[in-house]
Design a protein around this ligand. Structure first.
Ligand code: 6PG
Length: 230
């Protein structure tokens, strides 16, 4: 696991775009990128637009989605389309919408199986980009929620009592099968959870994904890294 610290969120966004672009070039002929929602990655997605890449070969998906109809302001699909996929000719796979979250998750897993390579343990994503919540969640794997117990399926519906809402999320088996995981965190408000998750003895969801990943790299700005033992 590697940690890279940057002076501010803009420099981190540039570096994150560089990590994703380098992966796309590395994983040719069929690179896949699984993208986080939320706010932290937006700057990186916007900066990716100016990278000259073989976008038509790129398969892109979401590591989680809110259970909201297309067009809803909270939709991660809307955010990644506005910041990136409305501007580059990649193949982006949105999470399907259904009133029944479990049906949507099952349909998405079938979609993922149509383009992600399959290894012995199941689907094997290329690069996944992940954020970090202040409670230690990543994707929509929130502490204490049932999706954390999933050992077989790659994408599930997850009831999140903390939000009183359904989420749709990649599971630990799918995220930890990725060939590379890039975590992004910025801001002083993330400093203590970053220190806890990277302490080495945390069982929070983000810590489990990072620890069990084949190749995890954390991109932090100086504020988010400010509680790490140097
Ligand atoms: C989502 C994300 C989620 C996010 C964290 C951090 O759907 O919101 O996938 O896991 O990465 O909540 O969110 P911020 O980047 O907004 O701090």
């Amino acid at each position: 696991m590697r940690i890279r610290v940057f002076s501010d969120a803009d420099r981190l966004a540039e570096a994150a775009a560089g990590e994703i672009a380098a992966w796309i070039r590395l994983e040719i002929p069929v690179p896949s990128i699984g993208l986080a929602g939320g706010t932290t990655p937006r700057g990186a997605y916007e900066r990716l637009r100016s990278h000259r890449l073989p976008w038509r070969r790129v398969q892109a998906w979401l590591t989680d989605e809110r259970a909201v109809p297309p067009g809803h302001i909270a939709s991660n699909t809307g955010m990644v389309r506005r910041t990136l996929f409305d501007h580059v000719p990649a193949t982006f796979h949105p999470v399907p919408w259904s009133e029944n979250a479990a049906e949507a998750a099952a349909a998405y897993e079938t979609d993922l199986a149509g383009f992600l390579p399959r290894a012995a343990r199941g689907l094997q994503p290329g690069l996944v980009v992940l954020g970090l919540g202040e409670d230690g969640h990543t994707a929509s794997l929130f502490p204490g929620t049932s999706a954390l117990e999933e050992t077989r399926r790659g994408f599930v519906a997850n009831w999140v009592p903390q939000l009183d809402a359904w989420r749709l999320t990649a599971t630990l088996p799918l995220l930890t099968s990725a060939r590379r995981a890039v975590f992004l965190a910025t801001g002083r408000h993330k400093a203590s959870i970053v220190a806890e998750v990277l302490s080495g003895d945390s069982d929070l969801p983000a810590a489990r994904v990072s620890r069990e990943s084949r190749d995890a790299v954390w991109l932090l700005d100086r504020e988010a890294a400010s509680r790490l033992d140097t």
